[in-house]
Write a protein that binds this ligand. Structure first.
Ligand code: IVH
Length: 670
């Protein structure tokens, strides 16, 4: 394909994919299957790799990330990013209303109410319809340029096609991690033995500042917009502005309302006090804005905040109760979680008896003593939190809580790795919750998908000594299952059918199911595709593992350790004998070209336009090979910034060609 052909094709693909993205994320509609969509995107990624100079500024490939930013550039805000004054009561709000009325010399006015979204504020610059810059709040005067990360947010338009778009405008809003996404993220992390995140807001904030934008893309951030700025927007009120934002394709929360009076505002506040918990994101109050822009201008700003807007913060629903004790739960990976056992109290509609304490650091931070009276709060999350201690009610003889040293389930000595917050029970093979947890992990939908078995069944099978490892499931007979509570012929058969059907689950699901620490579903897919068979994977060296996309040192080490263990070897062998899929039937992506045929590469360092895994994919898609260590047989060392000096020295000594990112792009052109 020549450059002119590529140009037209890139334009067509970009428009097509952006159209489908908009339909899907902003209008909840689909016109093509996921498979067709992925094919289009793959085609565009490959074309852009071959012709990087033809990539369009609104290319949807930016949604999948790929750039690494070592340090974010600092940007001065054209309009400072101010904060809002806070109010906590109807009286304070009435005072605000009186100040507004006075400031407007008795003219009529109306308010516009929105929820106060609990995320990270962001400022977006659009020029000629294109998103050109995304900047964090920073200190309000200057923030960080996080454009490449923000472009991964699928609901944000990268280009606005409407006719009434001014040449320049700025729009502000809140980036957030939807509650569901946060819950799922933590579940996945817990499942593969990674530490969980404390809350959605901090996780969103950390994600926006990640160095690798392809990691950001995986997190599924979203963004609500609530403030339009600029000279040529042709709007007279905030409500006009919000309508415009919606019309231009921005995601605006549908929860706003115009209010005629402070009474109306109080009604809005009351309506949302409970209902806000049903929204897809965390909210912590209401923002009340004077609707007319001309009136906003007349009211102006104080040094810190606008006089035309204010926040009403909902009181966190908090209550005091007695800490009766602390229990400790052991998860599948052996991670120990402390739980506060509380004197039951009624809070926000339910009786609370327990609250999560996360880890030993949290107990230390709260300086918990047994018998303490603690404050318990229900945030957006369902599980209540202990937020503090009422020191006035502490008994002088109360004993400080000391973290357990032994596993409450199997009495093994707990360990705590340096730099990790969690304690672990190392008795992987003998600790009951870990054994049951492994089987539960194995039967889950993303793994073997045996939904005729559940947590209770696994527990009973374990207690009866029938199932200690996943492989035992395949030896179960009907008479074994009939020993379970309330299980009759029909449900026993149902279970057996479910177990038998799982034998057709693909190799990557089996690989995820066997529960190698840090191997989540995506990594399992990459490993399956790379090694093709269980046998190859079992024999793979640490170096060979590192050649797999998405596999770094921690995962490679974990895989090697897993297969070194003889019990694991036996378990895997038994699963193989039971007829599980041990070979990948994933199709290799079709070769895009053979320009790199027979050429081998080692990739080292950090690159401006690509993530390392992307480079690996591009090399393979063009017929080349990626190796992990430099030898005389190597053709190219692809060198990024901060490359290890040893690699460079070795390559120089052996006469291996060292090429830059730009030289690599030239190679691709053939
Ligand atoms: S309007 C001049 N509207 O709250 C300030 N802010 O304390 C204009 N926030 O930094 C901000 N939801 O990050 C506005 N519906 C909403 C909001 C909102 C959340 C955040 C925003 C701001 C902070 C102010």
């Amino acid at each position: 394909m020549n450059s002119a052909e590529a140009k037209t094709h890139i334009q067509q693909l970009t428009d097509k994919i952006n159209h489908h993205n908009d339909l899907y994320y902003n209008k909840s509609k689909t016109e093509i299957s996921d498979f067709e969509f992925d094919k289009l995107l793959e085609e565009l990624i490959t074309l852009e790799a071959a012709f990087p100079e033809l990539r369009l500024p609104d290319s949807p490939t930016q949604r999948v990330g790929g750039t690494i930013t070592k340090e974010f550039a600092s940007v001065v805000h054209q309009y400072p990013m101010l904060s809002l004054g806070n109010t906590y009561s109807a009286e304070e709000l009435t005072d605000f209303d009186a100040r507004v009325a006075k400031g407007l010399d008795g003219d009529a006015y109306e308010y516009f109410c929105e929820l106060k979204f609990d995320g990270v504020s962001i400022s977006l610059m659009y020029e000629n319809g294109l998103l050109t810059k995304a900047v964090t709040r920073g200190d309000g005067v200057r923030g960080d340029d996080v454009t490449t990360n923000i472009k991964t947010i699928k609901s944000l338009p990268l280009r606005i096609r409407a006719k009434d778009v001014p040449a320049r405008f700025e729009v502000r809003g809140e980036v957030f991690l939807p509650k569901e996404v946060f819950k799922q993220l933590n579940k996945e992390r817990e499942d593969i033995g990674e530490e969980t995140y404390a809350n959605a807001r901090n996780t969103a904030s950390g994600t926006v500042k990640m160095q690798d934008s392809s990691e950001v893309a995986k997190r599924k951030l979203d963004c609500y917009l609530y403030y339009l700025l600029g000279e040529d927007n042709e709007v007279e009120s905030h409500s006009d502005a919000m309508k415009k934002l919606e019309h231009w394709g921005f995601n605006v929360s549908p929860t706003y309302k115009k209010c005629k009076s402070v009474q109306d505002v109080l009604g809005y506040i009351q309506t949302w006090e409970k209902k806000r918990h049903e929204l897809p994101l965390e909210t912590d109050g209401v923002v009340i804005k004077v609707n007319s822009l001309e009136q906003q201008e007349r009211l102006g700003f104080t040094a810190k905040s606008p006089r035309w807007a204010i926040a009403y913060k909902y009181k966190a629903e908090s209550i005091r109760t007695r800490l009766n004790g602390i229990t400790y739960q052991v998860g599948r990976t052996g991670a120990v979680t402390p739980v506060a056992e509380l004197e039951p109290v009624f809070l926000a509609g339910t009786t609370v008896k327990r609250a999560s304490l996360h880890n030993a650091n949290e107990i230390m931070r709260l300086d918990l003593h047994l018998g303490d009276y603690v404050f318990v709060e229900k945030g957006g999350e369902i599980i209540p939190k202990v937020t503090g201690v009422d020191l006035a009610k502490r008994n002088a003889s109360a004993k400080r809580v000391s973290y357990i040293t032994h596993c409450p389930e199997c009495n093994s000595i707990l360990i705590r790795k340096e730099g990790e917050a969690n304690h672990y029970c190392p008795n992987e093979k003998g600790c009951p919750p870990q054994i049951k947890g492994k089987v539960e992990h194995f039967i889950q939908r993303k793994a073997m998908d045996i939904d005729s078995l559940g947590e209770q069944t696994i527990r009973q099978l374990f207690e009866l000594g029938l199932v200690k490892t996943p492989a035992d499931l395949y030896d179960l007979r009907k008479e074994d299952l009939l020993k379970l509570d309330k299980v009759k012929d029909k449900s026993a058969q149902n279970m057996l059918d479910g177990i038998a059907a799982s034998k057709t689950q693909p190799f990557e699901s089996v690989l995820f199911g066997i529960g190698i620490r840090y191997v989540g579903k995506t990594v399992a897919e990459k490993l399956a595709r790379h090694f093709k068979t269980m046998r190859n994977l079992e024999q793979a060296s640490y170096e060979a593992l590192l050649e797999t996309p998405e596999v770094g040192e921690k995962i490679a080490q974990s895989v090697v350790e897993f297969f070194k263990d003889t019990d694991n070897q036996n378990e895997v062998a038994r699963l193989g004998q039971s007829g599980l899929q041990f070979e990948s039937n994933q199709q290799e992506p079709a070769l895009v070209s053979t320009v790199l045929a027979d050429k081998s590469f080692v990739i080292s360092g950090v690159f401006e336009h690509y993530e390392r895994d992307q480079l690996k994919d591009i090399i393979i898609a063009n017929g080349g090979k990626v190796l992990s260590s430099v030898s005389a047989k190597l053709d190219y060392l692809l060198a990024g910034d901060n490359m290890g000096p040893a690699k460079r020295e070795k390559a120089e000594k052996l006469g291996v060609k060292i090429i830059s990112e730009a030289e690599f792009e030239n190679l691709l052109k053939g």
